[in-house]
Design a protein around this ligand. Structure first.
Ligand code: SAM
Length: 301
C-alpha cells in the first residue's frame, strides 16, 4: 500500500483488493472498498466522489490494520462491527453469529403469520426466539411486528450482552426479555407463545473442514455445530415446541441445506400440523413452518 498516488482512496483500495484476492478473499475489491469507507467514516459511494482526497497517516495506518485482519480471513462484519439485517444495523462481534440473508426470510414468514393471526382485532402477540445471538430475529419482530413481548434465549452470556445493546439501540429494550440457558430450560412450564422462531446451530461436526475460514475460525462454534447429524438442537426445540405454542401458533425454524424435509417429518411426529417448507432467496429449502392445530396429538413412536 505504498507508491505514487497510493494515499489516494481508490488507488489504496485497488492495491488492498489485490492483496485480499491473493489471500483467497472471495470479493476482495468490494471488501477493500467497504473497509476503506469504514475507516474514513464515509459511504462506499463517497470513495468515488472524494477520489482526490488524500489520506492522513493515521487513516492509512488504520486501513492497513483492517486489511491485515481481513487478509487473515476475519469476517468483514467483525472488523467494521456492524451487520445489516432487514431494517436494522446491528452491532456484531465474535461473541455472535453474523446474521445471514436467509434468516431475513425466516423473520418475514414469522411476521406474515403474526399479521394474519392478529387480523383486524389489533391484538398483540408473544413470541419466543431460541438462540437469539445478536438479537437479529427477536429485535426485528419487535420493530416490525404486532408483538407486545419477545422472549429471547441463548446459552451464551456474551451473545445476550450483544442482543441487549442491540435492543437498546433499536429502542425496543422494554419489549425484550433476555434469558440464559439451553433449549427450554429458561422457559416456564406454563408459558405459551403465538410464534416460536429459531435459527439453531445445524452444521454437522463432519462438515467443519469444509467451512470457509471466515466461519470456521472466527464465528462462535456453539452457533454453528449441532452434533453428528446437525439436528441436536432442532430435536431439543421440537421436543417441547407444541406444549409452548398457543393453539394456532406457529413454529418457524431455519435449517441447513438438505435438512428441511427431514425436519418437516420430525415436526409432524412432534404433534404439529402439516409443515410447510419455504426456500431462501437462492432457492434452497431452508425454512420449516409448522403450526399447532386444535386437534393434533403427538404421535407415539
Ligand atoms: C445460528 S446462531 C443464530 C443467531 C441468531 N438468532 C441469528 O439468526 O443470527 C445460534 C445461536 O443459538 C445459540 N445456541 C446454541 N445451542 C443452543 C441451545 N441448545 N439452546 C439455546 N441457544 C443455543 C448459540 O449460542 C447461537 O447464539
Amino acid at each position: 500500500m505504498t507508491g505514487p498516488g497510493a494515499s489516494r482512496p481508490l488507488e489504496l483500495a485497488r492495491l488492498a483488493a489485490e492483496h485480499l484476492s491473493a489471500k483467497g478473499v472471495a470479493d476482495g475489491r468490494l471488501d477493500a472498498e467497504l473497509l476503506l469507507a469504514h475507516v474514513l467514516g464515509v459511504r462506499r459511494l463517497d470513495l468515488y466522489l472524494q477520489f482526490e482526497r488524500p489520506l492522513s497517516e493515521d487513516e492509512v495506518a488504520s486501513y492497513r490494520e483492517a486489511i491485515r485482519r481481513r487478509s487473515r480471513r476475519e469476517p468483514l462484519q467483525y472488523i467494521t462491527g456492524r451487520a445489516p439485517f432487514r431494517e436494522l444495523e446491528l452491532a456484531v462481534d465474535p461473541r455472535v453469529l453474523i446474521p445471514r440473508p436467509e434468516t431475513e426470510v425466516l423473520v418475514q414468514e414469522a411476521l406474515r403469520h403474526a399479521r394474519e393471526a392478529v387480523g383486524d382485532a389489533g391484538a398483540e402477540l408473544d413470541a419466543l426466539d431460541i438462540g437469539t445471538g445478536s438479537g437479529a430475529i427477536a429485535i426485528s419482530l419487535l420493530v416490525e411486528g404486532p408483538f407486545r413481548r419477545v422472549v429471547a434465549t441463548d446459552l451464551s452470556p456474551g451473545a445476550l450482552e450483544v442482543a441487549a445493546s442491540n435492543a437498546a439501540a433499536a429502542g425496543v429494550a422494554d419489549g425484550l426479555q433476555l434469558r440464559r440457558g439451553p433449549g427450554w430450560e429458561p422457559i416456564g412450564d406454563g408459558e405459551r407463545f403465538d410464534v416460536i422462531v429459531t435459527n439453531p446451530p445445524y452444521v454437522l461436526e463432519s462438515e467443519r473442514a469444509t467451512l470457509m475460514p471466515e466461519v470456521r475460525d472466527h464465528e462462535p462454534a456453539e452457533a454453528l455445530f449441532a452434533g453428528a447429524d446437525g439436528l441436536a438442537v432442532v430435536r431439543e426445540v421440537l421436543a417441547d415446541a407444541r406444549s409452548h405454542l398457543r393453539v394456532g401458533g406457529l413454529l418457524a425454524m431455519e435449517v441447513g441445506s438438505g435438512q428441511a424435509r427431514a425436519v418437516a417429518g420430525m415436526a409432524v411426529t412432534a404433534g404439529l400440523d402439516a409443515p410447510r417448507v419455504v426456500a431462501d432467496l437462492t432457492g434452497r429449502e431452508r425454512i420449516v413452518l409448522a403450526a399447532r392445530g386444535r386437534d393434533t396429538e403427538p404421535k407415539v413412536e
